[in-house]
Design a binder for this molecule. Sequence first.
Ligand SMILES: [Zn+2]
Ligand SMILES: [Zn+2]
Ligand SMILES: [Zn+2]
Ligand SMILES: [Zn+2]
Length: 542
Amino acid sequence: MTSAKAAPPPVPVPMARILALQPKLRPTDLEDAVVSTEDPLLLETVCNLVRIWATARKDLPADFSERVQVKALSRQPLSFASIDMETVERDAMQVNEPFPPGSGVDASPWPTSDLFMLRPLSPPTFPPAPQRTRVDLPGRQSVGVCTSCQGAGAENCVTCAASGRQICGSCSGTRQVTCPQCGGGGTHIGVSGRYIQCRRCNTRGTIQCQNCRATGQVTCQVCAGRGTLQCEVCSGHGNLKSRWVLNVNTETAHEHEFSLADPWPAPTEQLLSDTEVLSEVIVRPADGDATISAVAPASLRSMARRVLEKVSSSASGEQRIAAYRVQIRGTYLYDVRLEYSGRPFTVLIGGLRSQVFPKSALPAKSGALQTLGRFFQKGLRALATDERPGVGSDFVKAVSVGSAHLTDTNCLLPAVAAYLRCPCSVTGEGYVLQVVEEASKGSIPGPAIPISIKLDSEVAGKLTLCASVIIGDAHRDQFPLALSLNSKLMVGRLAVTEIDGVETYIYVDRRPYDFASAGRYAAVLQGMAAAVRWLSSSKPLN
Ligand SMILES: [Zn+2]
Ligand SMILES: [Zn+2]
Ligand SMILES: [Zn+2]
Ligand SMILES: [Zn+2]
């Protein structure tokens, strides 16, 4: 009874884009080879991602999140050439409609009978499902007598044979109905208990029909007594106008291919929709091949041409190819060597939502451990809301909606932003907080100071908060002055760094991640923002 039940399939935690793993790619980035990385930020980010992924898998040991380690990390771009082809089928159809007197008739001839020449194609929309539309075609109109009513505009009412009167339904035309008092017998039992003669019908057993006022006929319900009905075909006008409409059937055919420098067993079909469109071009059939060069980097061009040929050959004879949408899509694919309790295993991570796919067998729960695990999980549930130690449920939630960085396991910066009531966005390396001034009542606060906070883990496990603001161009002769200003700053210090080949003043504060409660770190950022305002208003560096 205990272990026979199959485990339910794991429900992955949906992930917002993690910029550290999936930075903005350019098409030429897709030409990169496999590279391995020891960047501690990436290793930490990947490890936390695997921990979060593990929370959704009940088939892993209970202490998995605590004990899993990243041993090696490499990545390569996964690229797709994805081509949609819009085809259009057209046919002209004659329709008849009522012709009210005085309305216009466009009898002008068509300049051509080629339906694709007659009306230009609409801009392509590449509908995911076949789409049928109908548009009016002016010209070639004519007017004729309605064949249904022979021009009369009206037809005799069949129900009353054009008389306008119908036999009464209550008395069937007899003008009399059964007396309700005596039920037709002429006598009934009176209050004395004896039979008495019916006074309602004077013992006749019937009374006059009230429905038809004893005429046996009522007004015809169908024609309201007129005896005729308006012709439905011509709406009573007697004439019909014949005009032309164009039926348009638009369909989209799709083909794609993928490319990987090293053939890792990635579920590419699953990843296609989770990749970013790096370049896109809409082309007409005439200029298809030439524009592929514009959209695809050199190494992907032959793949793109192959896909284009494949999709083109799927068009049938009646269809015209309206346009192609050529897309180059891509994502970084990560090969993650992990270790749990001395056992190595590998997962692949890819896509904008950082999907995790096991590449080798995962560490399994042993029978004995499973029982123990359950016992411990019960204990843990009493202590905390999350079932797995090492990953807080608030952290999982915050990462999955893109409000916390994967290395910020305490959700420190979102808490700081809440404390400062300022906007906070997740970047590849950490966050940017727009720190606003604490203005006294009635005064207008100055502009928000954007402070970027990098989560630096030079040594794995020792995370550093590195807050910085770019101040402006630096000049060598001011360096001593800048250094002397540092003694006036309550937090952080001014430094010179090169940004895009230009020497730039940067204001930096570094402190250990463990230093900070939200309140204390909020005070640090407020101090920095105040110093930046002072530097820009009193201009001690000019
Ligand atoms: Zn008619
Ligand atoms: Zn009638
Ligand atoms: Zn009666
Ligand atoms: Zn009647």
